[in-house]
Ligand binder design. Sequence first.
Ligand SMILES: [Zn+2]
Length: 74
Amino acid sequence: MKFLVLLVVLVVAYCVMRRRDPPAPTIRPTPPLPHQPMARCAVCDMHVPASEAIVRADAAYCCADHLRQATTGR
Ligand SMILES: [Zn+2]
């Protein structure tokens, strides 16, 4: 009889412990980024989004440093 009571207590404890476990978080896939045109830097050939490129005299640059390099020659 003691064994049966112990078994019931263990089963109840197991059920209570299972309920406390939070459900595993679901991983949602990130939506793909919309396609955006790219521009090639005239100094380092790195491709940057056209919206972030610095465009001067029909040439695109990835950053202000490369624009300065192209305009000053240094
Ligand atoms: Zn560059």
